[in-house]
Write a protein that binds this ligand. Structure first.
Ligand code: SF4
Length: 370
């Protein structure tokens, strides 16, 4: 709008990542710019304009600004898109969504991004799909971490909304607060031909010493979901994406005094290269001390004892210590069901904990071949 005021006779195009054509239309009507120049939103959903025209905006896969596309291009890799697994694979048979030769009844266990993507892809092919989710809502761990993401909270939340809308549009039954175990499975075996285990991953607490103080050590996922509210002084054990996301949000949004402890030389080791700088900058701007190359010796007595690379020990006082170290896949259910159903698959973090892109792509590829 400012550019238009400064240069009223010059046609102005808006070229930034504006994913919503309705908003773009409104801006053009308001005279804020003259053209909507759109690139990445069309990579995320090539049908964006058609869906907008048909009034199906709730079914648009929104570009979430993950920069997977450009980051790969900058490294001379073919571009791919977090939200659109088919991008760059348009002629690859494994990525075609074709009608199922023999429609099956499929149960998907876990309503995180991988499970939902698998469910939606399978349903688009004509399979009957039911999703079972242990928690009260869909979205898996993404839902909690999305709320804490300083840069892309709305974008990440839109992923969960998209899955909700698509499940409804495709008549996928989603059963929340439904725990699947061998006993429950026995009672419903006759109804399903295929089971997909998409139960995600959890923080690997075996990587940390046991806490000697009740309630001091909490799990990152519980903080992300809001189940646990941390105290004023917080030590986050793990300076990867999960730990940094929580540390930054707790400092920025809730004014907590946060310290990060990381075993490696640098923080943000599992963050994509294009966003590492962002976390490094935020940590500095927000005044979050990051202790790198540190080993956790003990948790308890009101804090954490660490040892630095030079051998010096330090005690970090804390009201809450958040475990945000590496994750391990939730594979127990897969093994329990192995001898119960003919066709059993795993996907997403329940195979190997990775990022959102891999979870979505795993789910898509599996749904496309069931
Ligand atoms: S990879 Fe990310 S930034 Fe690029 S188009 Fe897809 S969602 Fe948007």
């Amino acid at each position: 709008a400012r550019a238009k005021k400064l240069l009223p006779d010059t046609p102005i195009a808006f070229g930034n990542r504006l994913p919503d054509p309705t908003m773009a239309n409104q801006c053009i009507e308001n005279g804020e710019f003259d053209f909507w120049e759109v690139c990445r939103p069309l990579l995320a959903d090539p049908d964006l304009v058609r869906k907008a025209q048909a009034g199906r905006m709730s079914q648009v896969k929104r570009c979430i600004g993950s920069l997977n596309c450009l980051s790969r291009l900058f490294r001379d890799l073919p571009y791919t898109c977090t939200m659109n697994p088919q991008l760059g694979h348009e002629y690859d048979p494994a990525y075609q969504v074709t009608p199922a030769v023999a429609p099956k009844n499929i149960m998907v266990i876990g309503a995180g991004p991988s499970g939902m993507e698998c469910a939606i892809t399978a349903a688009r092919r004509g399979h009957g799909v039911t999703v079972f989710e242990r928690g009260p809502d869909i979205g898996g761990s993404l839902a909690g971490y999305a709320r804490h993401d300083l840069a892309n909270s709305d974008d990440l939340t839109s992923v969960v909304d998209y899955y909700r809308n698509m499940a409804q549009a495709l008549n996928i039954e989603v059963k929340c607060n439904a725990t699947i175990d061998p006993k429950a499975m026995r009672g419903m075996l006759h109804r399903y031909d295929v089971a997909v285990v998409a139960t995600g991953a959890r923080i690997d607490h075996s990587l940390l010493p046991k806490s000697t103080q009740d309630g001091l050590l909490v799990d990152a996922a519980d903080v992300a979901s809001g189940k646990v509210v941390p105290g004023q002084r917080v030590v986050v054990l793990g300076g990867g994406k999960i730990g940094l996301t929580l540390a930054e949000a707790l400092r920025h949004n809730q004014g907590r005094d946060v310290v990060v402890v990381e075993a490696e030389k640098r923080i943000a080791g599992d963050v994509m290269p294009s966003f590492k700088w962002r976390h490094t900058a935020w940590i500095e701007e927000l005044g979050i001390p990051a202790h790198t190359s540190c080993r956790v010796l003990a948790i308890g007595d009101g804090g954490v004892r660490i040892r630095r690379a030079d051998g010096a020990e330090e005690f970090l006082p804390a009201d809450t210590v958040i475990a945000a170290v590496a994750r391990r896949p939730n594979q127990e259910l897969f093994h329990e069901l192995e001898w119960m159903i003919d066709e059993l698959h795993g996907c997403g973090d329940s195979l190997v904990p990775r990022g959102l892109t891999q979870a979505i792509h795993d789910g898509f590829r599996l749904g496309a071949r069931l």
